[in-house]
Design a protein around this ligand. Structure first.
Ligand SMILES: [Zn+2]
Length: 421
């Protein structure tokens, strides 16, 4: 029997980490951080037996602690080329904003690149004497993968974050997965039902066009990895970018460069390339003032108005009813974005602003909703046993219950729990 240790991501989002070991060989899958007041890391892994590390995708809640085991072992890091490049950029940014208060150095972050062995979807790689590993497209962000590990004639799947439906950016998670005995699944939106992608896209485009036609400026605060590029692809597909200027601020510029090098991970690479070509890059505050006056579209981090350049744009644009602030992701309670949606007022820095601009919300989820989760999971052959993680406590329970009602066996593990698989 192999042992599976849940290092984190149990009844919470963040700090994803799983350790699968048998006898004297082990594989670590994901090793992320959780951002509270300061970054929280998962517990250490036994390094002597570590054969390999696999990372499902670049988001820091899955990758943010990777330099720790990479520095202390010779283990190779298995990931897609897009994940390697995006993870390096995100970790460097995390280093920059944390003033060096991290358990690793800038040099340690370089190990992501040095120790990585990139892999493509569907390719099977032998690991040590006991394991084989295959990545499948997870459809969550470019380069994201589900990690399937074969051991002892059995197969375990770590879904990472996944989206079973197609978007403009991602072709959607691999359908018809092979037989598995154990599945460790995310449950982020197990309690949500998303409207169809097309409806959300059309509503977003409507909000953007209404603003532009009345000669306002559209501010879209968005995450740099995935969401910003998805919006670029949508606006390009609806032919808005040939008529109005689009400005990109923050790390999304670097992310665009990376994704242009890896078009194989993009659903419609031509639309993305056209959008990138039309994009005007922002370099400094003068560019920002200029962009705010040009009656176009500005995409800027952070996604929930939590900081970054979005604050500067917000201050320039909030008091004109012709402008709009278009939120495109779930706004976590307690963030400025959530406050703005609920009250029309928001504290930015040490001042509270009454907002005259039109505030809209169009949630372009990169996770499956409850129907999407179930449709992918219940179609995995082999009658697997499920372990539900990476969701708020209620979401983990909800998905486990739904799987249970369909006659499948599902558990909600606790952090630190070890099970035999
Ligand atoms: Zn993610």
């Amino acid at each position: 029997m192999a042992k599976l240790t849940f290092l984190g991501s149990c009844r919470e989002i963040g700090r994803s980490g799983f350790y699968l070991d048998e006898a004297d060989e082990g594989i670590l899958v994901d090793y992320g951080v959780k951002f509270q007041n300061r970054p929280a890391f998962p517990p250490p892994v036994p390094l002597d037996d570590l054969q390999a590390i696999a990372v499902t995708h670049a988001h820091l809640d899955h990758s943010g602690a990777l330099p720790i085991p990479l520095t202390r072992s010779e283990a190779s890091l298995f990931c897609t080329p897009a994940t390697r490049d995006l993870t390096s950029v995100l970790l460097q940014d995390m280093y920059k904003i944390s003033d060096g208060r991290l358990p690793f150095t800038r040099g340690d972050i370089a190990r992501i690149r040095r120790q990585s062995q990139t892999t493509t979807y569907e390719e099977t790689i032998p690991i040590g004497r006991r394991f084989e590993m295959t990545f499948f497209n997870a459809g969550h962000i470019p380069g994201s993968a589900m990690v399937s590990i074969r051991y002892n004639g059995k197969r375990i799947l770590f879904t990472g974050d996944f989206n079973s439906s197609e978007s403009r950016l991602n072709p959607g998670a691999r359908k018809n997965l092979p037989k598995h005995d154990v599945v460790v699944t995310e449950s982020t939106y197990a309690r949500r039902v998303n409207p169809s992608r097309q409806t959300t896209e059309e509503e977003l485009v409507q909000s953007v066009l209404e603003t532009l036609e009345r000669k306002g400026t559209v501010l879209i605060p968005a995450f740099a990895v995935g969401r910003s590029q998805e919006i670029m692809c949508i606006l390009e597909s609806y032919d808005i970018l040939s008529k109005y200027p689009i400005y990109i601020d923050g790390m999304a510029r670097k992310v665009n460069d990376i994704l242009m090098k890896h078009p194989e991970y993009i659903g419609s690479p031509q639309a993305f390339a056209r959008a990138v070509e039309r994009t005007i890059l922002i370099h400094d505050n003068r560019d920002r003032r200029d962009a705010a006056s040009k009656r176009g579209i500005i995409i800027s981090p952070a996604g929930m108005l939590k900081g970054g350049a979005s604050h500067l744009y917000f201050k320039m644009l909030h008091d004109d009813p012709d402008n709009s602030i278009v939120l495109v992701s779930f706004q976590v309670p307690g963030t400025p974005g959530a406050e703005l949606l609920a009250t029309g007022k928001v504290a930015v820095g040490n001042k509270t602003y009454e907002v005259e601009a039109d505030v809209r919300m169009h949630h372009l989820s990169s996770h499956s909703d409850s129907a999407g989760l179930l449709s992918l999971l219940e179609n995995i052959p082999g009658d697997p046993e499920f372990y539900v993680v990476h969701g708020e406590s209620e979401s983990c329970d909800a998905l486990a219950e739904q799987l249970d009602e369909r006659g499948m066996t599902a558990h909600v593990p606790s952090t630190g729990e070890i099970v035999e698989v």
